[in-house]
Design a protein around this ligand. Structure first.
Ligand SMILES: NC(=O)c1ccc[n+]([C@@H]2O[C@H](COP(=O)([O-])OP(=O)(O)OC[C@H]3O[C@@H](n4cnc5c(N)ncnc54)[C@H](OP(=O)(O)O)[C@@H]3O)[C@@H](O)[C@H]2O)c1
Length: 284
């Protein structure tokens, strides 16, 4: 039996593999896959099996995925193309007889207006339709998503956004990755749908205060209308699509969609999630 991880060439999937190793999983039982596998040559040196899996060219069968394996499908990053890509991987999983598919989804994927949700909802549906046992890890926001805001605060003393008083219950990517390793390599998660968030939901005024404390200089939150936010992002050189996407996400935050504090993440981890300030301090 193997633990097979897609997207292991990205920071999330790599974090899952590192967590599996830290938990004492035999490296020979881990298969780390991705396209640019040269990025994970170090994992191969540590005894992990490293294999190429391109979601756009999934073979009929592969020697490293077999009956009884546990597959972690880390959602791809090519927005708009992910549903057929994920379908191809799930079809391979069915043909290979894997025991379970664990999938990294989005908060309330099948019942939300969250801008990123539709492809995740479609993927959850196709996994359910496959008949395979599953676990859905509906990951909330990585704290690292606010690294650019930190750099902007360092340069300008401002945090700009159109989320109003909305809150974000973020946690560092490593917390979500560790939770995925737990869900992948321990029993009792078949059929579970976890809504994973950090323990504390912070407002953008509180984010600015944390930035100020870490930087040792004044930082203020400048709440903007959606229209002004979009104009500011375009003025900063972002393209229309990215600016529209970021503004839509801030509206989702204003609606409270990313500020849920369910406790599912800390329960899986068996410890509190890493606080916002601790992650921000690591950026200095
Ligand atoms: N919750 C959040 O806040 C948040 C934030 C950002 C992203 N995400 C989601 O979480 C996922 C993992 O996060 P991350 O930070 O590790 O993202 P990332 O740096 O964008 O990594 C994406 C991973 O997906 C793989 N991938 C993309 N397209 C693929 C394809 N066609 N075939 C095979 N592999 C493919 C990449 O492989 P190669 O590099 O080898 O091509 C890489 O390993 C992302 O893909 C995205 O769905 C969530």
């Amino acid at each position: 039996m193997s633990y097979v991880v897609t997207g292991a060439t990205g920071p999330f999937g790599r974090g899952v593999v590192e967590s599996l190793l830290e938990r004492g999983t035999d490296p020979a039982e881990i298969v780390a896959t991705g396209r640019s596998v040269e990025k994970i040559a170090d994992l191969a040196e540590r005894g992990v099996r490293v294999e190429v899996l391109d979601f756009d060219a999934v073979p009929d069968s592969v020697p490293w995925l077999s009956a009884g394996d546990e597959l972690l499908l880390v959602s791809g990053s090519e927005v708009g193309r992910r549903v057929p890509q994920h379908q191809a991987v799930v079809d391979l999983a069915v043909r290979s007889g894997v025991r379970r598919v664990v999938y990294t989804s989005a908060p309330k994927a099948d019942n939300t207006t969250l801008a990123v949700a539709p492809e995740h909802a479609a993927t959850e549906a196709l996994i359910r339709a496959s008949g395979l046992p599953f676990t859905f890890l509906r990951n909330g926001w990585y704290t690292e998503n606010y690294r650019p805001a930190f750099e902007q605060a360092r340069a300008t003393g401002q945090v700009l956004g159109s989320a109003g008083d909305g809150r974000v219950a973020s946690a560092p990517r490593a917390d979500f990755a560790e939770a995925a390793a737990v869900a992948l390599a321990s029993d009792g998660h078949d059929g579970a749908v976890y809504e994973l968030f950090g323990d504390v939901a912070w407002s953008f005024a509180e984010l600015a205060a944390v930035f100020a404390e870490v930087l040792g200089s004044e930082v203020v939150y400048q709440p903007l209308s959606a229209e002004d936010h979009r104009a500011a992002l375009l003025g900063a050189g972002l393209d229309e699509g990215t600016a529209g996407f970021l503004v839509a996400l801030d509206q989702n935050i204003a609606e409270g969609l990313l500020g849920l504090t369910t406790g599912d993440l800390s329960r899986l981890l068996g410890r509190p999630t890493v606080p916002l300030a601790e992650t921000v301090r690591s950026w200095v």
